[in-house]
Design a binder for this molecule. Structure first.
Ligand code: MN
Length: 231
């Protein structure tokens, strides 16, 4: 029998709406520059040919409604409101036409970002980990099974900070939609249940400070919230 040197970390698990089930997280993939207007505000071109990705460790997950401390090492911590898709069926080299069969459901996500560190890395052609793979930076709301909500290809996505609207867009403006992302990502990874995909943020990203309250929503998928505390 295996004995561990110390107790293994608990498995991060996302609530499923309307159920006592939880969705255990294996990997978190995040898509960059997937809305034209956001790429523009970041001063970069979009690539319509192929999406690109970065990852966050599974244990960066925090549930909607959490209060987190302002993270270390940054003075420009940003929100990014995103549609999240979670895989429910394993697959490799999944054809675009079958991609949606592999989605268990959808949620609202916040890809919290140390923007100063991300941009410094970008400038130096270094990986984005310090900017993106931040403790407590993958905020995800309860998953709505696709059986209930279908596969959203349009609908409002928006975010407010302290009640003030900061992001307001529509899922129809995603450059690479859910089917495209799954078809593409599964050429490089053997996707399995537990794999989570943040699909990218629309324009209007910006900083938060201690004391701020973030609230976002996506049509048909409910709300997400996060409170920032002093470090
Ligand atoms: Mn993002």
């Amino acid at each position: 029998m295996t004995t561990y040197l110390f107790p293994p970390s608990p498995i991060p698990a996302i609530p499923v709406a309307g159920s006592n089930d939880r969705y255990p997280v294996r990997r978190i993939f995040c898509v960059g520059r997937n809305y034209e207007a956001h790429a523009k505000e970041m001063g970069v071109q979009v690539d319509r040919e192929a999406p690109f990705y970065f990852t966050k460790a599974a244990d960066t997950y925090v549930p909607s409604g959490a209060s987190i401390s302002y993270p270390p090492g940054t003075s420009n911590y940003h929100y990014e409101m995103e549609l999240v898709a979670v895989i429910g069926k394993a697959g490799f080299e999944i054809p675009r036409e079958q991609a949606l069969e592999h989605v268990f459901g959808y949620a609202c996500g916040l890809d919290m970002t140390r923007r100063d560190l991300q941009l410094a890395a970008r400038e130096q052609r270094r990986p984005w980990d310090l900017g993106k793979d931040v403790e407590q930076s993958a905020v995800i709301s309860a998953i709505v099974p696709a059986q209930q909500c279908g596969h959203p290809s349009s609908g409002a996505i928006e975010l407010r900070v302290n009640g003030e609207q900061k992001q307001s867009s529509d899922l129809s403006l995603l450059i690479h939609g859910i089917s495209d992302l799954i078809a593409h990502l599964s050429r490089y990874y053997h996707l399995t249940p537990g794999d989570v995909i943040f699909t990218g943020t629309p324009e209007g990203v910006g900083p938060v400070v201690a004391g701020d309250h973030i609230a976002g929503s996506i049509a048909g998928l409910g709300d997400i919230s996060l409170t920032i505390q002093a470090a």
